[in-house]
Design a protein around this ligand. Structure first.
Ligand SMILES: NC(=O)c1ccc[n+]([C@@H]2O[C@H](COP(=O)([O-])OP(=O)(O)OC[C@H]3O[C@@H](n4cnc5c(N)ncnc54)[C@H](OP(=O)(O)O)[C@@H]3O)[C@@H](O)[C@H]2O)c1
Length: 245
């Protein structure tokens, strides 16, 4: 039976995999959650929107004769990753995670490690400062609990409803960004502290390099618990795994 892949996407890594899959002319479909207005066009067929939980995804796998699932979602998309793990177990379809190693602090970095958004809010509380929130649109309003800061939000789309943060500005931009551009942005915005998720990988790393260059403290939100599955970090290793399964 020839391969028919489902790639769970929404990351730079997933897009690079889609490019390589198209080059090899493998049968595959790329899945987006549908969080942004105009997702990046992929060189393989794509679908948009949730599957309807574990049962919905298991049914999708069966109905579409999917032979392999590659979970290339963001490491903080834990719900999707657990759903993929449970649905693949239920439907008997092999699952691989295409992930990236987390970022690691270097000598001289001032990183505050926190395990969730509440920890991040606690870490930015106290003396008023200008805080860069590189977190996406879903978790901004938690920071209303630390109202004395000015927050700079970088979002993919212009928010439809103004974020409920007392003092903030919005920058609409889509990554990947460069270190030079992020240094310029942090200087222009007079940023004192950067909050981000430990996504890892190259696509979102510019802010980490920029904060390092400028000697800015970072609040680093550690990764959530993810299911036990095969994991690789390169496109080549994905193809090796497909060949072996
Ligand atoms: N979390 C982040 O920080 C972050 C950052 C950058 C990009 N992303 C990308 O944005 C998407 C959503 O992230 P999230 O944190 O909101 O996910 P999540 O909380 O783990 O997922 C919530 C629900 O969204 C649907 N979903 C998520 N990813 C999907 C995909 N690739 N294809 C189809 N449905 C998907 C599923 O709905 P059903 O249960 O109905 O199937 C899932 O149960 C992911 O694709 C992720 O790769 C996330």
């Amino acid at each position: 039976m020839s391969a028919n892949l489902l790639i769970l996407g929404g990351t730079t890594e997933a897009s690079s995999l889609a490019k390589a899959v198209a080059k090899r002319k493998l049968k595959a479909v790329f899945s987006y959650a549908g969080r942004v207005n105009s997702p990046r066009e992929q060189p393989i067929p794509q679908r948009v929107g949730g599957f309807g939980g574990v049962d919905g995804l298991a049914a999708y796998l069966r109905d579409n004769n999917i032979t392999h699932v590659i979970d290339a979602t963001h490491p903080f998309a834990a719900k999707m990753s657990w759903n993929a793990y449970n649905a693949c177990t239920e439907a008997g379809v092999p699952l691989l995670a295409f992930t990236r190693p987390p970022w690691v602090a270097q000598a001289g970095d001032e990183w505050v490690h926190v395990s969730d958004m509440y920890g991040a809010v606690a870490a930015v509380s106290g003396t008023p400062k200008r805080v860069m929130l590189a977190l996406g649109r879903l978790h901004m309003e938690e920071f209303a609990a630390a109202p004395d800061n000015h927050y700079v939000l970088r979002l993919v789309d212009e928010p439809k409803i103004a974020p409920k943060l007392p003092d903030h500005s919005v920058i609409v931009a889509r990554g990947p960004f460069t270190t030079e551009a992020d240094i310029a942005l942090f200087k222009e915005q007079r940023i004192d502290m950067v909050v981000c998720k430990n996504a890892g990988g190259k696509g979102a790393e510019a802010k980490v390099h920029a904060a390092r260059e400028l000697g800015l403290p970072m609040v680093m939100i550690d990764r959530p618990d993810l299911p036990p599955r095969d994991e690789v970090a390169t496109v080549k290793a994905v193809f090796d795994w497909i060949d072996a399964h």
